[in-house]
Write a protein that binds this ligand. Structure first.
Ligand code: NOJ
Length: 535
């Protein structure tokens, strides 16, 4: 058997450099600061870091509005600092992937500046222009709280330009082969520097075709395959991860025949984890996994509970969305676009049992999981900040001024000061030596997963429990099979399972054993990962 690729079983960590540590006192996290926290990241037991955009940018969309693809934003340091960060991560056995934003750039990018000002310039055709705003009307608007059209009239150009996101983010024109070459040049630039791959942003939208919804088009897949082929040829072993917020049957083509993305985020499972936990009903999880097709050998799903965006509710029905809003975002301000701008622990009403159960579920269910910075200590949010800023606040390191994030006197966004997520209470230093802290539990959970090959990549086999509130499955692969059982409800439940042999719970620090033949009773929100007691 060929060796499994590294990304197949990895645990990822999502790092927002601006939010992490400020080494020079200007109020912005930077690479020199992040280097000092690599040992902390390593201590979580993760294998790979995804760095959110760190490119030169006017920063009107968290850096997803790039003005120079081969330079670092000065707030974050220099290219040399980035290089040092990469080396320091690699020295610790941590891999690093970065964002690759191919669909659009900033309107401040010199390409767009030239394109709008000079109709005859080569760059005009780098973008998608029209004399009317009535083309491609089948395409939905994504940032619908802010944008009313995917076309914006540009006075200088005298034409409308196409954008799937903010009107300051013109889409690049993939019908122009020069754009392919530009992207290849950018991709090579970073791969030559030694990064381990890319999280490719917004990949469904690269092409536009009349009469379609302008998503997942065959031309888009053809380009992505061409990119992968180039990477395989020139940089074997690097990974391409797709951010495609789509239904499972539309996601499948992003794996191609194993010749497109190696990894795709599984968007639809995420809201259903929250649904199941709130409704004490596993049905949404079971149904979406039943709808999830097998994927080509060597490819993998990536799962997440939260990230830097709103908790997206695009991949649910309108009724489910209303239900999620009613149950998780009763305060209207918590809603944003088709989602919810809250962090993990506040969504769970600060309930540690639910935090543990949901993390244990997500770390054992399928694919390769990614943990969002701060959620490992149960950081809070601030829904009153603009856009998605409320889930992007400074990391809370200590009860020191500015949460120990900076030695300066300002921060790029306010730190969380409101109880119960106040940085004086919720911070790394306070949790570091508390064996019952969120941080200690996160390390324990990740280590438990990492120790079990079956959890990392085994097949899943459902176990009938006779109770919609009790979810159970075996993970079977190399090594010991693991029986995972979750009580999604707030009441004591029989698991409906009596093990055939003595079973030890990997999630019990005391190594609790469930004796053979005895029915298992589950505490509210219990999560068990059971292995044979002899194992
Ligand atoms: C997806 C990113 O996660 C989000 O933060 C960004 O605003 C859009 N893509 C546009 O790049």
């Amino acid at each position: 058997m060929p060796e499994k690729p590294w990304y197949h079983e990895a645990v990822f960590f999502q790092l927002n450099v601006r939010a992490y540590v400020d080494s020079d006192g200007d109020g912005n996290g930077d690479f020199r600061g992040a280097i000092t926290k690599l040992d902390y990241i390593r201590s979580l037991g993760v294998d790979c870091i995804w760095i959110q955009p760190m490119y030169m940018s006017p920063w009107r969309d968290g850096g997803y509005d790039i003005a120079d693809y081969t330079d670092i934003h000065p707030d974050f340091g220099t290219i040399d600092d980035f290089h040092d960060f990469l080396d320091a991560a690699h020295e610790r056995g941590l891999r690093v992937v970065i964002d690759l934003v191919m669909n659009h750039c900033s309107d401040q990018h010199p390409w767009f500046q030239a394109a709008r000002a000079l109709p005859n310039s080569l760059y005009r055709d780098y973008f998608v222009w029209s004399d009317t705003p009535h083309k491609y009307e089948g395409a939905r608007i994504i940032f619908l709280d802010v944008e009313s059209s995917n076309w914006t009239y540009d006075e200088i150009a005298g034409q409308y330009f196409w954008h799937r996101f903010y009107s300051h983010q013109p889409d690049l024109n993939y019908d122009n082969p020069d754009v392919h070459e530009e992207m290849f040049r950018i991709v090579r630039f970073w791969l030559n520097m030694g990064i381990d791959g890319f999280r490719a942003d917004a990949v469904p939208y690269l092409y536009e075709r009349e009469g379609t919804n302008c998503e997942n088009l065959p031309e888009t897949h053809a380009f992505l395959k061409k990119l992968r082929a180039m990477m395989d040829r020139e940089y074997p072993g690097r990974v391409l991860i797709a951010e495609a917020n789509q239904w499972p049957h539309d996601l499948l083509p992003y794996f191609g025949d194993g010749d497109e993305f190696q990894v795709c985020f599984h968007f639809p499972i995420m809201p259903r984890l929250y649904m199941a936990l709130k409704a004490a009903d596993k049905t949404p999880i079971v149904n979406i996994l039943a709808d999830t097709p097998p994927i080509p050998a060597g490819t993998q799903w990536m799962t997440f509970l939260r990230n830097h965006d709103e908790l997206t509710l695009e991949m649910v029905t309108p009724e489910e969305r209303q239900w999620m809003w009613a149950n998780y975002a009763a305060e209207p301000r918590a809603r944003l676009n088709l989602g919810i701008r809250r962090r993990l622990l506040p969504l769970l009403e600060g309930d540690k049992r639910r935090w543990l159960a949901l993390n244990a579920l997500f770390l054992s269910l399928l694919g390769t999981p990614i943990v969002y910075y701060g959620d490992e200590i149960g950081m809070g949010d601030n829904i009153w900040l603009d856009d998605r800023d409320g889930v992007r606040t400074p990391m809370q390191w200590a009860a020191a001024p500015h949460a120990g994030f900076t030695t300066g006197d300002k921060t790029y966004l306010p730190v969380i000061e409101q109880a119960p997520y106040d940085y004086r209470q919720v911070n790394v230093a306070a949790q570091e030596n508390d064996p019952d802290s969120y941080l200690a539990w996160m390390r324990f959970l990740v280590a438990a997963r990492q120790s079990q090959p079956s959890l990392r990549s085994g097949a899943r086999e459902w176990v009938e429990t006779g109770d919609v509130a009790v979810l159970a499955y075996w993970r079977r692969g190399a090594g010991e099979p693991v029986l995972c059982i979750f009580n999604l409800s707030d009441s004591v439940r029989p698991a409906g399972i009596a093990p055939e042999q003595d079973m030890r719970d990997l999630l019990s620090r005391e190594g609790r054993v469930y004796p053979a033949g005895q029915a298992i009773a589950l505490a509210p929100y219990a999560a068990l990962w059971l292995v044979g007691a002899g194992a």
